[in-house]
Structures are given as structure tokens and as C-alpha cells.
Design a protein around this ligand. Structure first.
Ligand SMILES: Nc1ncnc2c1ncn2[C@@H]1O[C@H](COP(=O)(O)OP(=O)(O)OP(=O)(O)O)[C@@H](O)[C@H]1O
Ligand SMILES: C[C@@](O)(CCOP(=O)(O)OP(=O)(O)O)CC(=O)O
Length: 421
């Protein structure tokens, strides 16, 4: 008969946001520890629209570490998962759950196995930084389960070893990843600049661009850039340090014009060093370029910039509008230029915070067809509609950092078996 005392399962569930860099991380000085060649700054996205939920469980009945991602079992044998698990286990402490009558001593953790179930509420490995939210959530939830007594900054240095950009998902608002100087990476951590309430007027629209081409992963892309680009050193040593100082100031002062100038310039320079890589890496496509032209033209016609754009290692555009009024005007422009295919359901074409659609009075596809051309392009209207080039739009805003979910019904593992629900 099974030993009753072996039956307990202890679980923790957490939710962690994703983030988008406005000053990009591109290039490592240490591949294993994931240490960057420059500082970077990001904005955390509202977890209501883009987040990872992870449940971690421990039980003496588990005989190996196991993980399920979006319902499918995946291997934890990769170096990045192993590094995170090892670093968290090394910091585990005594845990007691009086209700369950469970006591785990610090020294027991090295012999106990964990189960992990994680779910991304947005597409995985589609250029929407699932690895950032995913590794941040893994580290954060394991740290809570194992009673690790370290602040989010120290945890960020562990998440960084899962994926560099993940370290910035340990905080909400605007976050800086300080590259650090130490060889062991102990000072390469994320620091919060301002929380999500500091600049809560900003509205973010992500245009998920249809793309069939296989992209170069960030990991291999940045390795090739560091090995072959002559420009990357100039960027990391001369350009980014100055931009980091200017960007921090722009964020503190909510100076949208400077913020936009720096964000767009840094995205464009990141893609320029990708082009300067041998062989060249093309992350943006024609649709991305059309979005840039549309925003640039509009910003110029306004006299002062109203929308910033930034693109990661893929064709998707992340557009940051000064406020809700300009976000509504932006969405009108985007829908004018990129109407959905006739078979697309409008409800799935604009997702996230759908209230912007109400602001612009769009209820069905006919309303999109009736949108007037933006004044700044009046003369060239027929040539500027690109039906079906965008898969969908996500409307969101700056958001908060990781949280624990205490409602057990939201756990992804079964409380008795520790297996996926
Ligand atoms: N919820 C998660 N928990 C743990 N690991 C995850 C999670 N989601 C994604 N990952 C890891 O991240 C990998 C995907 O990372 P990848 O860099 O290819 O895509 P992405 O982060 O979605 O896009 P990009 O980096 O281009 O923005 C997955 O194969 C998996 O290893
Ligand atoms: C273009 C970027 O999104 C690159 C992100 O790279 P990753 O963090 O995905 O790379 P690894 O550290 O190898 O996992 C810019 C950024 O997020 O700063």
C-alpha cells in the first residue's frame, strides 16, 4: 500500500507579463550566463492581454522534474531550464504548510522533484516574447514555492539565464537591464525605473504581421551579429550608453517626443546591425516597412510625434501612442491601410482592450471599408490598402509585474496528483 505521508502535493501559481524593449538588447559577452554587451530598457505589457501563467508543484511522489507548456509535455533537459532550476534550488529554504501538515527542510529540496505547467495567453514562439514572460514566470513561481528569500532584482539575474529579455519581466512599468561588469553575472540584473502608473496615458497597439518565412532566432541572430558586424561594437560602446541616459530622462519626464525619437531610432539601428551581419538578417518585411512609413508620415504631418514604433526579431510592429486619443487615430489609420480579409471575424481581428474600437465607432467590416483616408496621404489612396497583410491587432498598455495567484481554481496542475488538469 502507498505510504499516505508520501501523497501530499504543494503548489504555487503565478502570472508574469511580457515586455518590449525600447532600447534593445542585442549581443552577448557570455553565452552561457547570458550577459549582454549593452544595457537595455523595456516597457512591461499589461498581463491582462499578454501573460504567462505557471503552476509549479512539489511532491515526494514525483520521480523526475517535468514540464508541460500549453498542455504539451516538453523536455527540461536544455541548459537554460537546467540553469534556472539549479540556481533556484540552491537558494531554497525551509517550507512549512500547516494546513497540509507538510514540512520541507532546506536540505530536502535537492532530492525533491518539481512539476511545472505553463500557459501563454498569446502565441508561443511567434515573436511576441513568450520566452521572456515564460522564464520570468518559471523563476518567480519556483522561488515562491521554495521560499527563496531574494528580491525580484536577484531573481531577475536567474531569469536572465533562461532568456536575456526575461530578466526585465520581473517588474512592471519601465525597466532597465543593467549589463553589469562582473564575470559571474551577479550584477547583471533588472532594475525598475518607474511603475506602470507613472505614464499611464500610453496606449500600445501590436500589429501581428502575417509571415510565413522562418526567422533566425534571437539567440543565433545576435551571436552572428557579434561575430561578423563591424557596426555592433560602435552601437554597444558609443550609441546605446548615451541613449540609455536620454531614455531614462525622457521616461521620468514623460517627454513623449524624445521617447519616440529614441525608441524609433534604436529599433532602426538594431535592424541596421542585423543587416550588417554576414549573412544579413532580415527580421522586418514589406508590411513592417509600410507601417514605419505610415507612422513617420503621420508624425511629420503632426509636427510633434504622436506614435513610436519598435520591432523585435520579427516583422510584428509594436506601436506606442501618446494617449488614448492618438491611439484611436492610430487604429483608424491601421485599419484603413490594413483591412482584414473578408472571411476574418472582426472580433478576432482586434483583440485585447477592445474599447478603442468603440471609441472609433467600428462595429463591423463595413465600418472599416467606410474609413476615410488619413489626411496626410490624401493623394495616393488607392495604392495604400494592403488587405490581409496583418493577422490581428492587440490593444494593450503598460502593465504590472509578476503576481501570485491565490485562487486554486486557476492552478494548471491537479492539487492531488500534480499532473496537468
Ligand atoms: N510559458 C513558458 N514557460 C517556459 N518557457 C517558455 C514559455 N513560453 C515559451 N517558453 C520558451 O521560449 C521558447 C520560445 O522562445 P522564442 O524566442 O523562440 O520565441 P518568442 O520568445 O515567443 O519570440 P521572440 O523571442 O522572437 O520575441 C519556447 O520554445 C520555450 O522554450
Ligand atoms: C530583439 C530582442 O527582443 C532580443 C531578445 O533576445 P532574447 O532575450 O530572446 O535572447 P536570448 O537571451 O538569447 O534568449 C531585444 C530585446 O528584447 O531587448
Amino acid at each position: 500500500m502507498a505510504d499516505e505521508s508520501q501523497k501530499w502535493v504543494l503548489m504555487v501559481t503565478a502570472q508574469t507579463p511580457t515586455n518590449i524593449a525600447v532600447i534593445k538588447y542585442w549581443g552577448k559577452r557570455d553565452e552561457n550566463l547570458i550577459l549582454a554587451i549593452n544595457d537595455s530598457i523595456s516597457v512591461t505589457l499589461d498581463p491582462a492581454h499578454l501573460c504567462t501563467t505557471t503552476t509549479v508543484a512539489v511532491s515526494p511522489a514525483f520521480n523526475q522534474d517535468r514540464m508541460w507548456l500549453n498542455g504539451k509535455e516538453i523536455s527540461l533537459s536544455g541548459g537554460r531550464y537546467q540553469n534556472c532550476l539549479r540556481e533556484i534550488r540552491a537558494r531554497a529554504n525551509d517550507v512549512e504548510d500547516k494546513k497540509k501538515g507538510v514540512k520541507i527542510a532546506k536540505k530536502d529540496w535537492e532530492n525533491l522533484h518539481v512539476h511545472v505547467a505553463s500557459y501563454n495567453n498569446f502565441p508561443t514562439a511567434a515573436g511576441l516574447a513568450s520566452s521572456a514572460a515564460g522564464f520570468a514566470c518559471l523563476v518567480y513561481s519556483l522561488a515562491k514555492l521554495m521560499n527563496v528569500q531574494e528580491d525580484n532584482g536577484r531573481l531577475s539575474a536567474i531569469a536572465r539565464q533562461g532568456s536575456g529579455s526575461a530578466c526585465r519581466s520581473l517588474y512592471g512599468g519601465f525597466v532597465k537591464w543593467v549589463m553589469g561588469k562582473e564575470e559571474n553575472g551577479s550584477d547583471s540584473i533588472a532594475v525598475p525605473l518607474v511603475d506602470e502608473k507613472h505614464w499611464d496615458e500610453l496606449v500600445i497597439i501590436i500589429a501581428v504581421v502575417c509571415s510565413r518565412q522562418k526567422e533566425t532566432s534571437s539567440t543565433s541572430g545576435m551571436r552572428e551579429t557579434v561575430e561578423t558586424s563591424a557596426l555592433i561594437e560602435h552601437r554597444a560602446k558609443e550609441v546605446v550608453p548615451k541613449r540609455i541616459i536620454q531614455m531614462e530622462e525622457a521616461i521620468q519626464k514623460r517627454d513623449f517626443a524624445t521617447f519616440t525619437h529614441l525608441t524609433c531610432a534604436d529599433s532602426n539601428q538594431f535592424h541596421a546591425v542585423c543587416l550588417d551581419t554576414s549573412p544579413p538578417i532580415f527580421y522586418m518585411n514589406d508590411t513592417s516597412h509600410r507601417i514605419i512609413s505610415c507612422v513617420e508620415k503621420w508624425n511629420r504631418s503632426e509636427g510633434t510625434p504622436q506614435v513610436a514604433y519598435t520591432f523585435d526579431a520579427g516583422p510584428n510592429a509594436v506601436l506606442i501612442a501618446r494617449n488614448r486619443t492618438y491611439a484611436a487615430l492610430l487604429l483608424q489609420r491601421l485599419l484603413f491601410h490594413f483591412p482584414p480579409n473578408s472571411e476574418t471575424d472582426l472580433n478576432s481581428y482586434v483583440i485585447g482592450d477592445k474599447s478603442l474600437m468603440e471609441d472609433i465607432g467600428i462595429q463591423d467590416i463595413k465600418d472599416i471599408e467606410a474609413l476615410p483616408p488619413p489626411p496626410e496621404i490624401k493623394d495616393k489612396v488607392p495604392a495604400q490598402k494592403y488587405k490581409g497583410e496583418i493577422s490581428y491587432f492587440i490593444c494593450t498598455r503598460p502593465g504590472r509585474g509578476p503576481v501570485l495567484i491565490s485562487d486554486d481554481s486557476q492552478a494548471l496542475l491537479h492539487p492531488n496528483t500534480g499532473l496537468p488538469k
